[in-house]
Design a protein around this ligand. Structure first.
Ligand SMILES: Cc1ncc(COP(=O)(O)O)c(C=O)c1O
Length: 388
C-alpha cells in the first residue's frame, strides 16, 4: 500500500469524545471501538493543507465559495455518478445538524417520520426532540442478510410525512441496491413522503458492492429527495464539522436553507472546508486503500469469530466501517453484556440496543483502526469470554 494504515496514534488527552468517554482506560492504552470516527490518520495531503491553514495565523468568518462547490461537484461526479449544480448545496455544520433542521423544515409538530430500524440513534432524537413522532419499520433478517420489509414499509408509510433513510445503513452495514431503493422510493412517492437520504458513509464501500446515491435513481426520485453527505467519515474529519445537503428541488432547498439560518448557523470552519476540498480533489486513491484496509480488518474479525466463537453471527460488511454482530448466544441481556464487555474485556463498542429495540443483544464494532488495535481488542474479548 502507498499509504500508512498501520501506525497507531492514541488520542487520550486530545478532547476526543470517544476516548474521554472511557475515562482512565484511555490512559492505559485501551482503544475504544465505538463512535464512528477513525483511529487512522487523515490522508497526508489533508494534513499538509491544514498545516498551511494553521500557519497562516488568521481564521476569520468563513463561507463556502465556488472552489468548495467545485470540489463537491467533482466528487459527486467521479465517485457517485451524479452531476450536481453548485446552488443545490446547502451547507451545514454536520449531517446531524442538517437532519434536525430537515425534521423542522419539512414536518410539523406531531407529524410522523418513518425510520427503518435498528438505525443510527440520532435519527430517533432528531424526530423526538423536535416534537415529531417516530414510526419504525424493522428490518428483517432473511437467510443471514438484512432486508427491508417492503410490505411493512408500505403499511407504515401511510400517514407519515418523511422517511429518513440511511444508505449505507448504520449499524447493519447494508449498501442498498438500486432495486431496493427504487422500491423504497415508489412507496414514498405513493404515500407522499419526502425522502431524506443520509449517505454520510457512501465512500466506505467494500469490494463487490456498489453504492447507489438515491437521487441518481431518476428525476422523480431526485425531486423528492434531500441528500446529506459529508467528507468526515471518508477522511477522518468528524471534528471539523462540515456537512452538505444536496437538494435539486428549489422549494425543498429553500425550506432547509431557511431552517439552517433560523438555527443561527452562519459561519463554517476554514479547516473543515479546506480538508474537504483537498480530500475530494486529491485523495481518491487514499479512499481506495482505506477501503482495502477496512475489508482486511473485516476478514480478520470474521475469521477470528468463526475460529473461536462460531456461534456468533457476523453480518456481511457491504459498506461503512462498522460491523454488526450477534452476541445473543452468550445469554446476556444487552445492558449486562455491555457491562461485561467493558469491565471484563475492556472492550468499548456501540451496544445494539442504542439503535432501537431490534438491536438488543447485538454489538457494533468500529473497524477503522490498525490491525494490531483490532487484534488486541479481540484477544481481550476471547480471554473475557473464556473466563466467564
Ligand atoms: C448515519 C450517520 N449520519 C450522520 C453521522 C454524523 O454526522 P455528522 O458528524 O456530520 O453530524 C453519523 C456518524 O456516525 C452516521 O453514522
Amino acid at each position: 500500500m502507498k499509504y500508512d494504515f498501520d501506525s497507531f496514534h492514541p488520542r487520550a488527552g486530545m478532547e476526543a469524545a470517544k476516548w474521554d468517554a472511557i475515562g482512565d482506560d484511555a490512559e492505559k492504552g485501551i482503544v475504544p471501538l465505538s463512535v464512528a470516527d477513525m483511529e487512522l490518520l487523515s490522508p497526508p495531503q489533508i494534513i499538509e493543507e491544514l498545516k498551511k491553514t494553521a500557519e497562516f495565523g488568521m481564521w476569520g468568518y468563513t463561507w463556502w465559495n465556488e472552489k468548495y462547490a467545485a470540489a463537491v461537484k467533482h466528487w459527486m461526479h467521479t465517485r457517485h455518478g451524479w452531476d450536481i449544480q453548485s446552488d443545490w448545496i446547502v451547507q451545514t455544520n454536520g449531517v446531524v445538524q442538517g437532519l434536525y433542521a430537515a425534521v423542522r423544515a419539512y414536518t410539523a409538530p406531531e407529524d410522523k417520520v418513518l425510520l427503518i430500524t435498528p438505525v443510527y440513534y440520532p435519527f430517533y432524537r432528531a424526530v423526538k426532540l423536535n416534537g415529531r413522532t417516530v414510526v419504525e419499520s424493522p428490518l428483517k433478517l432473511v437467510d443471514g442478510r438484512y432486508e427491508i420489509d417492503f410490505e411493512d414499509l408500505d403499511k407504515k408509510a401511510e400517514g407519515c410525512k418523511m422517511l429518513i433513510l440511511c444508505n449505507p445503513h448504520n449499524p447493519v452495514g447494508r449498501v442498498w441496491t438500486a432495486e431496493e431503493l427504487r422500491r423504497v422510493g415508489d412507496i414514498c412517492l405513493a404515500h407522499g413522503l419526502l425522502v431524506v437520504s443520509d449517505e454520510i458513509h457512501f465512500d466506505i464501500i467494500m469490494p463487490g458492492y456498489k453504492h447507489t446515491s438515491y437521487p441518481t435513481l431518476g428525476e422523480k426520485y431526485a425531486d423528492n429527495c434531500v441528500l446529506f453527505t459529508a467528507a468526515s467519515k471518508t477522511f477522518s474529519l468528524a471534528g471539523l464539522c462540515v456537512g452538505n445537503a444536496i437538494i435539486p428541488d428549489p422549494d425543498l432547498r429553500k425550506k432547509l436553507d431557511d431552517e439552517v439560518n433560523v438555527s443561527g448557523c452562519y459561519s463554517y470552519s476554514i479547516f473543515g472546508l479546506r480538508a474537504l476540498e483537498t480530500g475530494y480533489m486529491q485523495c481518491a486513491d487514499w479512499v481506495d486503500e482505506l477501503n482495502e484496509h477496512i475489508w482486511g480488518n473485516y476478514q480478520y474479525f470474521k475469521s477470528f469469530m468463526a475460529q473461536h466463537f462460531p456461534e456468533v453471527w457476523v453480518a456481511d460488511l457491504e459498506g461503512t466501517y462498522l460491523c454488526w454482530f450477534d452476541c445473543r448466544c452468550f445469554g446476556m441481556p444487552g445492558e449486562e453484556l455491555a457491562k461485561f464487555l467493558q469491565e471484563k474485556a475492556k472492550l468499548y463498542l456501540d451496544d445494539g440496543f442504542i439503535f432501537g429495540p431490534a438491536g438488543d443483544g447485538f454489538e457494533r464494532i468500529n473497524l477503522a483502526c490498525t490491525r494490531q488495535v483490532l487484534a488486541d481488542a479481540l484477544e481481550r474479548f476471547k480471554a473475557a469470554m473464556e473466563s466467564r
